[in-house]
Each structure stands twice: as structure tokens, then as C-alpha cells.
Design a protein around this ligand. Structure first.
Ligand code: AMP
Ligand code: TRP
Length: 332
């Protein structure tokens, strides 16, 4: 059986990187998979969060997912903290994963930065919780952006170590699904940095909440080099900003980077950027409008999450029960 699981953190606005790298693929997969999507609030508190803002962001991210086309009726949409299985299994995985494995995680190194001693233990153990999210549902496929690849490798290591430590075939070896032409969308200000919610410059990203005139402005101001567009993708290799914009264009119109290069061969970036802004606006405007509509009805969004949590709990309970038996907890 194929089962898809993925998660997104409720910290700040969703941006074009989240959308092209992950969420749009989540929507596509719904057509032929059982899908479980999660707003990962337990992951969010690995760095300090204001409680009121966390609640608001959880609603907002859920609204964005619904607006982008996540179907919470055939699939499941919920927030992580409401299904205790995630935290329970994460503890067991804390006892399976090795320090050496976590020490290799580049996201921890980036997020902890120079203040490693001051980082929370939760930030360090974050990938174990992520493995628990996935394996609580024995999910077989996980659609994510390129930056999560290492965490998914760790998830497989944990599943394998658990299965072999206890001599069982309990957990699947989950496959990452990283597809499309924009698996790693870069900052509009710096082609070597990832587009991220935490970039201090709002001009580095396009938020799903940005109005059309702001999208035009951000794309116009996006950094490029003085050369025109090349005829082949090879020539983009040493031009990170140009490569990023061409990749975004290709993803938005569902064409290959090669086809986009052929179409714009020799064009100036000013012309190309106008077309790119048009495409981005056409794709994002309906989502933004639907999101605003949903944000005016927080009770509805909460009812969707409530219902999703109940269904997720029902799926996770037998797995937790099985794990407790395997580990040797006395089920009293
Ligand atoms: P996060 O916002 O870190 O919770 O990420 C949610 C999803 O979006 C994950 O699958 C990430 O891999 C994906 N993602 C985040 N930033 C980017 C980016 N700049 N390019 C492509 N995918 C991204
Ligand atoms: N760590 C992911 C991110 O920051 C979010 C996440 C948490 C996730 N749990 C997950 C993604 C499980 C896929 C599956 O992007």
C-alpha cells in the first residue's frame, strides 16, 4: 500500500519555494494516493515562538494549504501537536538514533550556527521527530523540497535500525519524492541562499499572501547578471541568479528548463522578468484570494484540523500499540 505523508512548519508566511518545492506536488499526489498532510507545530517550537503568533500561523498555514488545493475530505490535514503518537514515537526514536547520525545533519548546523551550546535539545533531535511523523503512519512516500533529503535518509536509517534491533519488519523504508523543476528555490537577492521564511529581507521571497503589484516589484528587483538568457541549461551553471529565475519559470509553466532556454534564447532579463511576473501572478492570485476568504472563517479552518486530527489519531493508534508490544512495554 502506498501512503503519502508530509509536513510544513507554521512559522511565518508560506513562500514560492514551499509552493513549488513541496505543496504543489502534494496537491498532484492526491489524485492517486492516500495523503496525510501535517502542520508541524511541535517542530516549530524547536526555536522560540510567541504562543499567540504560533496559533495564528497554524491557522494561516492550514488556510494556505486548503487554498492551494489540499483536499481535507479524501485526505487528512491536521496539526501535529493534536496527535500524541508523534511525540511518543519520537521518544522511542531518540533511543534508536545514534548521536553520530544526528551530528551529521546540516540543517542543525545551519540553524544552530555559532551558538550551538545554546540551541535547544529539540532542535538537535528534530530529525527523530520528523521520522516519527512519517513512521507513525508507516508512510511509504514523502514529497519534500531538496533541503529535506538528508532528514529522509535518516528516517530510513531509523526504520532499518528499529526493525533490525527488534528483529521485526515493522517500518517501511520510506522513499523521498523530490520532483519538478524547482526543488530548491533560491533567494531573489542571492542565488546561493535558499528562499526562506526567515530571510530578513522580504524582497528575497515571494509570499503566497503578496498582492500582484508587490510580486511585480519583487521580480523586477530580483538580482540577475548583465548577460541575456542563454540557449541551453549548461550555460546557467555559473549563473545562480539566472538559473533560479529560469527554474521558477519552468516550474510555473510545467515545462523543462531546456524548453524555457530555447524559448527565451538571447532575450534580456527585463523582458523575461515581465513574463515571469505574469505567470507567478496567474498561479498565485487565486490561491491568495481563497486564503483570505478562509482566514475570515477561522472556525471553519479549525474544524478541518479537528476532524483531521481525529482521523490521524485513529490511523496512528494501532501502530503505537504495535510498537509498544515490540519494544516490550507492558500494556496494562
Ligand atoms: P518548511 O517551510 O521548512 O517547513 O518547509 C516545508 C516544505 O517546503 C519542505 O518540503 C521543504 O523542503 C520545502 N521548501 C522550503 N523552502 C524551499 C525552497 N526554498 N525551495 C524548495 N522547497 C522548499
Ligand atoms: N522538516 C520539514 C521542513 O522543515 C517539515 C517536516 C516535519 C516534515 N515533519 C515532516 C516533512 C515529515 C516531511 C515529513 O521542511
Amino acid at each position: 500500500m502506498n501512503r503519502v505523508f508530509s509536513g510544513v512548519q507554521p512559522t511565518g508566511n508560506l513562500h514560492l519555494g514551499n509552493y513549488l518545492g513541496a505543496i504543489r506536488n502534494w496537491v498532484t499526489l492526491q489524485a492517486d494516493h492516500e495523503c496525510i498532510y501535517c502542520v508541524v507545530d511541535l517542530h516549530a517550537i524547536t526555536v522560540a515562538q510567541d504562543p499567540a503568533e504560533l496559533r495564528a500561523s497554524t491557522r494561516e498555514v492550514a488556510a494556505s494549504l486548503l487554498a492551494a488545493g489540499i483536499d481535507a475530505k479524501t485526505g487528512i490535514l491536521f496539526n501535529q501537536s493534536q496527535v500524541s503518537a508523534h511525540a511518543e514515537l519520537a521518544w522511542i526514536f531518540n533511543c534508536v538514533a545514534r548521536l553520530g547520525w544526528l551530528n551529521r545533519m546540516t540543517q542543525f548546523k545551519e540553524k544552530a550556527g555559532k551558538h550551538r551550546e545554546n540551541a535547544s535539545v529539540g532542535l538537535y533531535a528534530y530529525p527523530n521527530l520528523m521520522a516519527a511523523d512519517i513512521l507513525t503512519y508507516k508512510a511509504t512516500h514523502v514529497p519534500v523540497g531538496e533541503d529535506q533529503k538528508q532528514h529522509l535518509e535518516l528516517c530510513r536509517d531509523i526504520a532499518q535500525a528499529f526493525n533490525s534491533q527488534y528483529g521485526v519488519d515493522c517500518f517501511p523504508l520510506t522513499e523521498p519524492l523530490i520532483f519538478g523543476e524547482a526543488t530548491r528555490v533560491m533567494s531573489l537577492r542571492d542565488g546561493t541562499a535558499k528562499m526562506s521564511k526567515s530571510d530578513p529581507s522580504d524582497y528575497a521571497r515571494i509570499n503566497l499572501t503578496d498582492p500582484p503589484d508587490l510580486i511585480v516589484k519583487k521580480i523586477r528587483r530580483a538580482r540577475t547578471d548583465p548577460d541575456p538568457l542563454p540557449s541551453t541549461p549548461d550555460e546557467l551553471e555559473s549563473r545562480p541568479e539566472a538559473a533560479n529565475l529560469v527554474g521558477i519559470f519552468a516550474a510555473l509553466c510545467s515545462e523543462s528548463v531546456e524548453a524555457v532556454c530555447r524559448r527565451f534564447d538571447g532575450a534580456q532579463f527585463s523582458t523575461f522578468k515581465e513574463k515571469l511576473a505574469e505567470l507567478a501572478i496567474a498561479e498565485l492570485t487565486p490561491i491568495t484570494a481563497e486564503m483570505q476568504r478562509l482566514m475570515d472563517d477561522p472556525a471553519y479552518v479549525e474544524s478541518v484540523l479537528h476532524d483531521g486530527a481525529e482521523r490521524a489519531r485513529n490511523l496512528s493508534e494501532p501502530v503505537i500499540r504495535e510498537v509498544q508490544e515490540v519494544v516490550g512495554f507492558l500494556i496494562a
